[in-house]
Design a protein around this ligand. Sequence first.
Ligand code: CA
Length: 238
Amino acid sequence: MSVVLVVEDEPAIAELIALTLHHAGHEVQRAEDAVQAQAAIDRALPDLVLLDWMLPGESGLQLARRWRADARTRGLSIIMLTARAQEADKVAGLDAGADDYLAKPFSPKELLARMRAVLRRKAPQAADEALQVGPLRLEPATHRVFCVREGEAEAAIELRLGPTEFRLLRFFMAHAQRVHTRAQLLDRVWGDHVFIEERTVDVHIKRLREALAAADCAALVETVRGVGYRLVDGSAGG
Ligand code: CA
């Protein structure tokens, strides 16, 4: 599950991309121009942006340059979409900070393959690879979580997590050290189609900590007062 912002002013193409991404299990946000795209980025950072080059008003190229120049958005994964297939344009797109470049028309299969490659480079969880943060090891393929204390490799403790706690921990591990608000967690872990109260997050955080406590790891999930939660690696005494 990745959150993908699709910035595309042509409704038919935007719709086709959205369908493709939904079908592949991604959450799609849509913007028709640079103003809407910036507003979406200001709300929350997506995992990936599919950015059309030719937009009314500010171009996708200018937008990519601006995002790369800003500390908060510098790490965004961006794939430029464009009808321009010339080599010079491709270079300009990559120079502006795009991670990859896709010339229209492209097949859904090609789009998803390029997305996988970009996401894999930046977020290993997209490829079902095991995640490791501090003593915690999460294996998406087998749905198992272990706690391995340093020097105790033989004594890995398997943790028992409910499905929501598993998804919550997986999200935390893929974005370790970052603070997430309850609203962001609801959005990213529960998905935005379900109406759930924010205090539900607290209930599952509590359950997650109880599960982690079995391996003395509960303190890895930190409460950031007035903001939300984050996962730390325990190296700073957390
Ligand atoms: Ca366009």
